[in-house]
Design a protein around this ligand. Structure first.
Ligand code: PLP
Length: 390
């Protein structure tokens, strides 16, 4: 990347760490065997695969992993699909089986749930207004028909962190047969996330959000899911990944994921993003509004609503100056409709249309955030002038 480029879109993807690139290169050049092969090169690949699995599980606080506890996939999206479809397509569900999600899930969950709704499942979407999960609505909705509750750990557009521990303990108390899932693609590696402590039966992860490379994701499975064989296979074939996800494992991306997860787990304890956020808020133009969640949030994700300037116009203005941010989320930025997540947060469609997302890494400096704030101010001034001239 050129020296003067300022990348502030880490919720979309991150630059692979040097250590990750080194590990990926080593696998591609030297340990390129198939981990299922029964010869020395295969054994060596298999050893690296299991080391990567243990590293990701260790970052989730699982010290003594049981076989099958982590299924590698190709992306966070695939992990989310496996969790929802895998549970829904398993047998013996009550009539009118119910799946509970929130109204601000990433499309990987939201679209999969809509598909299941078309298949006849009763899907309930809990409110997350102002970035806070409606716990009373969860309590009212849970019933003997509930088979799965999937609540994201941290929101990709607002950074809101939902109270999973309280939500999942309520689920387990009221509906002992229901399983819990969290899409932790944004939260993993940024805040402590220990599935056994928060009562999550399944957790979706993605490597490229934590300085790994694209092509690896994972789904954590609790003992309960394994014991009950609760997940129906979605990818049939050679039986890799405990039979739950056939297909030869993407070894370079997976080995890189293990390295990235280990590095991320260490970083959590000297996280500087709260002071970076405080600095950014102190230098932002008074004309903008920060959509700060009312509860907990990831300090490194900042949602900013501009006064009557469409996000796409500001994105172009900033991009021409080498500053890269996004509108809402990267995957929704090509869509013409307002972001459902921002609407769920409480923004109007017009406000959502004028909202940008800044997401920084642990290596960002205060000077860089000041540079962004000055360019934003300049953008607001010159775009206001253009409007006046019209
Ligand atoms: N879930 C959330 C919350 C995300 O932010 C993303 C990606 O932005 C995904 C799922 C999808 O992950 P992947 O890009 O690995 O498919």
């Amino acid at each position: 990347m050129k020296e003067d480029i300022l990348y502030l879109d880490h919720a979309a993807t991150t630059k692979p760490a040097d250590e990750v690139i080194a590990a990926v290169n080593e696998v591609m050049a030297q340990v390129w065997g198939n981990p299922s092969s029964v010869h020395a090169l295969g054994y060596e690949a298999s050893r690296l695969l299991e080391t990567a699995r243990a590293r990701v599980l260790s970052a989730l606080g699982v010290r003594f992993p049981k076989p099958g506890q982590l299924v590698f996939t190709a992306s966070g999206t695939e992990a989310d699909n496996l969790a929802l479809l895998g549970i829904a397509k398993a047998k013996n569900h009550p009539d009118g089986a119910q799946i509970i999600i929130t109204d601000s899930e990433h499309p990987a969950i939201a679209s999969t749930a809509s598909y299941l709704e078309q298949c006849g499942f009763d899907v309930v979407r809990l409110s997350t207004k102002n970035g806070v999960l409606d716990m009373d609505a969860l309590a009212r909705t849970l019933s003997p028909r509930t088979i799965l509750v999937s609540i994201m750990a941290a929101n990709n557009e607002t950074g809101a962190v939902y109270d999973l521990k309280s939500a999942f303990s309520l689920v387990h108390q009221r509906c002992p047969r229901a399983l819990t899932h969290t899409d932790a693609v944004q939260a993993f590696g940024k805040i402590p996330l220990f599935p056994e402590k928060i009562g999550a039966d399944m957790v979706s992860l993605s490597a490229h959000k934590i300085h790994g490379i694209k092509g690896a994701g994972a789904l954590y499975l609790s003992q309960e899911v394994l014991k009950r064989r609760a997940l129906a296979v979605q990818t049939h074939g050679g039986g890799q990944e405990g039979g739950l996800r056939s297909g030869t494992e993407a070894m370079p991306a997976i080995v890189g994921f293990g390295v990235a997860a280990e590095m991320a787990a260490k970083r959590i304890f000297n996280d500087t993003s709260a002071s970076l956020r405080a600095h950014l808020l102190s230098v932002l133009d008074a004309r903008v509004r920060v959509n700060q969640p009312a509860g907990n949030y990831l300090p490194s994700t900042v949602s900013i609503t501009l006064p009557s300037v469409k996000s796409e116009v500001m994105l172009r203005f900033l991009s021409e100056r080498g500053i890269y941010v996004s509108a809402g989320s990267a995957c929704s930025s090509h869509k013409k409709t307002a972001s459902p997540t921002l609407l769920a947060f409480g923004l109007t469609a017009r406000e959502a249309d004028c909202t940008i997302r800044v997401s920084f890494s642990e290596e960002q400096t205060m000077a860089e955030l000041s540079r962004f704030a000055s360019a934003l101010r300049e953008g607001l001034d010159s775009l206001a002038k253009i409007r006046e001239m019209r």
